[in-house]
Write a protein that binds this ligand. Structure first.
Ligand code: OTU
Length: 647
């Protein structure tokens, strides 16, 4: 439906009159004008998007009115300090760029017991330079298996074992006072089967059944499944689960107890907006948008990355710009490289995980060769202005080999065989492997699998310690600092999986835990070992070397503008074992060099001169001066950050 300016104006005027009668002047706060101003600004786009998604519903205007009412109510509920931060960040919408943010992620229970315990650990986070803290889902979930919190029964209640919503709000305040942005999940593709809506749906409530995607027979599920991928095939085949009580099939992309929401229903959209704004009002500054590719379904397609999925996110984004402009979205799309990028943009998700970099760092460690990493990053790292990558080496999920097949082929790599090799390598089936991982969702027929294991275990620390091999221990530590080194310096927000900084190893205990044993991702979600953390201050320990390395990376970002905000340019060091990139501002040039080989490597002098490096360089990692007139000698797995002296 084309939207004329007049149509838009008239609609907005009518809606505003409604709002004014619903919220008379006395009930509004002085900043109401600001809210209304943003509403006026964004309304034409909001209206257009909603018409596109829901314009064919006979009660479209009713839902639109409800939506605006929700927005106004939630805005009025917003704490004054959050409103003031809205004002500041409206003036600086790219506040998350500029190098200030250093991220960390953790499960509250595994890291600190509960929310109260977490408050006592803020000093540990500060010591590491953390300014962004992603707490894994802390919401109420079903007892027993809950997909690590991703099966949400209530977005407004904290899991009783962790604390209360008030404690979460207090924590958000305390974090803010310490300059740490709170990051929480918005698990909006699905709810748990114990969410109020799901319970009512199972009791026969037709309105709530319409919140999900339910079918009376196998006919439609069969039609859909012809084109769908299975995400957790070990747990259940296909993407639907049968509900005996109501004799219906419900769409379950992930686990049988995670029911996909039906975003074709405008009521679902509105209800989820309210949940999103509730989280914004708790004090969330970065909202992690879980599983974005799956939120819209269309028969005959694979139901991933559809245009309407983007539209829904854009519309959420517009609403956030109006109600809580200080909150930004982080996309969690672990899909093909082009699709990952399609969610990034000031109008969709301002930031995104960078799973391509993550996968290729591991690929380079396994092959000791950085060619595919260089080729892919040269083409795919740059982002449009107003966006940023979250660069990580491990998350709570499995590692999948999401590089682009064509990229691999241009490098003479057979993508299928290569993925097989990488899986074998990281689960320790390959003889040259240093890694101790386990396969996840393995399909013996196709050889498809993903990999689990902590950063340290995949880097060889577990094996080396067991074998008491000093040399291998040294190499494992270097691997950890090499891949984290790249994530801290390549540009964007680095993200530490808490525990990696002290070399936490795999937790095999999950095999004995009934709730966890079916899901190998628990291998790399160990309890944080605070005794081990204590050893960070004992000179020469593994913990001390690693932790010290992380501190140095954080300091380097703080002290060097080019690392914080410089432009990134991937370069060819003339040696396939070496990955190199420049970071430049008008005032500073830095060259980062990573040797992925466990042998010494060289960058030849002519290549250095070609890159404009002729004079003395300072390697701020080792604190040594390097004379570029000669060749650059790199030790096995060495990471250098070279400052150009003068210009
Ligand atoms: C996300 O991951 C979460 O990170 C997982 O921990 C959850 O189990 C899941 O959603 C369900 O909530 O498939 O293997 O492209 O790949 O959303 C992890 C995105 C996953 C999906 C991703 C999903």
């Amino acid at each position: 439906m084309p939207v004329s300016e007049l149509h838009c104006r008239v609609t907005l005027d009518r809606l505003k009159r409604r709002l004014h009668s619903r919220f008379p002047e006395e009930s509004r706060t002085p900043e109401w004008e600001g809210f209304e101003f943003r509403l006026e600004e964004e309304f034409p786009n909001l209206f257009r998007h909603l018409l596109e998604l829901y314009g064919h519903h006979f009660d479209f205007f009713y839902h639109l009115e409800k939506l605006l009412e929700t927005m106004a109510t939630m805005w009025l509920d917003r704490l004054p300090e959050l409103k003031s931060s809205d004002g500041l960040r409206e003036a600086e919408p790219t506040w998350f760029q500029g190098g200030r943010l250093i991220g960390a992620m953790a499960y509250v229970d595994l890291f600190a017991g509960d929310l109260k315990g977490l408050r006592e650990k803020i000093s540990y986070l500060q010591e590491l330079g953390v300014t962004y803290l992603h707490l894994m889902p802390i919401y109420r979930t079903p007892d027993g298996d809950d997909d690590g919190g991703y099966a949400v029964s209530s977005y407004r209640e904290v899991d009783a074992d962790l604390g209360t919503m008030d404690e979460l709000r207090e924590l958000a305040v305390e974090l803010r006072q310490h300059g740490i942005s709170l990051v929480l999940d918005f698990v909006f593709n699905h709810t748990s089967d114990e969410h109020e809506w799901a319970k009512l749906a199972r009791d026969g409530d037709e309105i709530c059944q319409g919140y999900y995607l339910m079918f009376d027979s196998r006919q439609e599920p069969d039609e859909y499944e012809r084109h769908l991928r299975e995400i957790f095939p070990d747990e259940h085949p296909g993407c639907f689960t049968y509900l005996t009580r109501i004799k219906k099939w419900v769409w379950t992309t992930f686990h049988t107890y995670q029911w996909d929401l039906n975003y074709r229903n405008p009521e679902v959209f509105n209800a989820m907006v309210e949940e999103m704004l509730f989280l914004a009002n708790v004090g969330v500054e970065v909202l992690r948008m879980d599983a974005v590719p799956f939120i819209w379904k269309q028969k005959g397609t694979n139901c991933e990355n559809l245009p309407e999925a983007h539209r829904v996110i854009e519309t959420f984004n517009l609403i956030a710009r109006i109600v809580c402009p200080s909150m930004v979205f982080k996309s969690e799309a672990i899909v093909a490289p082009d699709d990952i990028k399609s969610y990034l943009g000031p109008n969709q998700c301002q930031i995104s995980y960078n799973p391509l970099l993550m996968a290729l760092l591991w690929e380079s460690l396994a092959t000791r060769n950085a060619r595919l990493l260089r080729y892919s990053m040269e083409r795919r790292f740059a982002l449009e202005p107003g966006c940023a990558w979250v660069n990580y080496v491990r998350s709570h999920d499995d590692i999948g080999w999401g590089f682009d097949n064509h990229d691999a082929e241009t490098q003479g790599i057979n993508p299928h065989d290569h993925r097989r090799f990488l899986n074998d390598f990281y689960v320790g089936r390959h003889q040259a492997s240093f890694a101790r991982g386990e396969p996840f969702q393995e399909n013996p027929e196709t050889g498809d699998a993903r990999v689990c294991g902590t950063c340290a275990s995949l880097c060889g620390l577990g094996k080396a310690l067991e074998e008491n091999d000093e040399e291998e221990i040294e190499l494992a530590l270097r691997r950890i600092l090499l891949i984290y080194g790249v994530s801290f310096t390549i540009g964007g927000i680095p993200l530490i999986y808490l525990g990696d900084e002290i070399g936490m190893l795999n937790d095999y205990g999950y095999h004995q835990d009934l709730e966890k044993e079916g899901d190998a991702r628990w291998l790399h979600r160990p309890f944080f070992d605070w005794e081990k953390a204590e050893r960070r201050t004992e000179a020469g320990t593994v913990e001390n070397i690693l932790h010290g390395g992380f501190l140095k990376l954080a300091q380097m970002r703080q002290n060097n503008d080019a690392l914080a905000r410089g432009e990134t340019e991937i370069v060819d060091a003339g040696n396939d074992h070496v990955f190199a990139f420049f970071r430049t501002t008008p005032d500073q040039t830095v060259l980062c060099v990573a040797n992925f080989s466990d042998q010494p490597q060289v960058v030849e002098a002519p290549r250095l001169r070609q890159l404009g490096l002729r004079k003395a360089l300072l390697d701020i990692v080792a604190g040594q001066t390097v004379i570029a007139a000669k060749q650059l000698d790199l030790e096995p797995l060495q990471f250098m950050v070279l400052l150009k002296r003068g210009h």
